[in-house]
Write a protein that binds this ligand. Structure first.
Ligand SMILES: C[S@@+](CC[C@H](N)C(=O)[O-])C[C@H]1O[C@@H](n2cnc3c(N)ncnc32)[C@H](O)[C@@H]1O
Length: 276
């Protein structure tokens, strides 16, 4: 996924636009603070949280290689907690957050033991530097605007300790006819090639790899790969797994002649206490 701005698809010019979803939805509701993006995404996820099965897998390797057992891990956009149970089984101390009450209620009904918080991935209800790792599994796809995705990544960085790990998986632009048609149809409506409407009232996004590189640039890449994922609707889609490390400022060294200009980082791609 090396950045290549030349290849970044541009929104194609005029195609027949469907009526904007934004125009069909009521303005705000009791969760106005959690209403994000051009449509009421939260209402959609509240509705589907009790019926959908989420699918994109936790990348056990490289996660277990880079994040020591016992680490405190935030699963942001945890849904009904599918991954929280897996993280606990792997020896981590997981915490879940999601803006959909229904998702968390489903998790509790399933007997999830991990602490759960209602909260937006754009304004996480946690202190700075309070986690060793953050996972965002199929969450960026629900946060369609560039600025909002940047806010999600900034929040992940804020709650991570220096050198902490960020694991992301999500969907990439597909080059099949069905996907190309819907990207082209909705790009003039929603302004980004790869954003499209599903189930009549929600927006999702498939990503240009160059955008993902740009979005995650504040982190030091430790692992990335592309896959074919099965979506929650049973389709096959291109996707990626990314694991990066938050900047880890170096302590001053006795040999430093004067204070460093800019940010010097001491990121390592092997966990503390492990033998490289
Ligand atoms: C496709 S599901 C994936 C759930 C979970 N990460 C998993 O892989 O099992 C996306 C989840 O992200 C949540 N979500 C979407 N946008 C969010 C936001 N802005 N803040 C918090 N949660 C969000 C949805 O409620 C939903 O539970």
């Amino acid at each position: 996924m090396a950045p290549n701005p030349e290849k970044r698809p541009q929104a194609p010019s005029p195609a027949p636009a469907s009526p904007s979803t934004a125009a069909r939805l009521p303005p705000s509701g009791p969760f106005a603070g959690l209403r994000e993006g051009p449509v009421d995404q939260r209402a959609y996820w509240e509705r589907v949280s009790s019926v959908k099965t989420y699918t994109t897998p936790l990348a056990v390797e490289p996660f277990t290689r880079l994040v020591p057992r016992g680490a405190r891990v935030l699963d942001a956009g945890c849904g009904y907690g599918r991954t929280l149970a897996e993280l606990a089984d792997l020896g981590y101390r997981p915490v879940g957050a999601d803006f959909a009450h229904a998702a968390l209620a489903r998790g509790r009904a399933m007997g999830l033991a991990a602490p759960l918080a209602v909260g937006s991935a754009l304004a996480l209800p946690f202190a700075a530097a309070s986690f060793d790792a953050v996972v965002l599994l199929a969450v960026l796809t629900c946060v369609v605007r560039d600025a909002d995705q940047r806010a999600v990544v900034a929040e992940a960085r804020r709650v991570l300790r220096p050198g902490g790990a960020l694991l992301v998986n999500d969907f990439l632009l597909g080059d099949d006819a069905r996907n190309r048609e819907r990207y082209a149809r909705f790009a003039p409506v929603h302004g980004t090639y790869g954003v499209f409407e599903v189930d009549g009232n929600a927006l999702v996004r498939h990503h240009d790899p160059a955008w993902i590189d740009e979005l995650l640039a504040p982190f030091a890449v430790a692992h990335r790969e592309e896959h074919l994922f099965t979506t929650m609707n049973g389709n096959t889609a291109r996707g990626f797994t990314y694991l990066g490390l938050a900047p880890n400022p170096c302590p001053p060294q006795p040999s430093d002649p004067q204070p460093q200009k800019g940010e010097r980082t001491c990121n390592r791609t092997t966990p503390r206490n492990s033998t490289p």
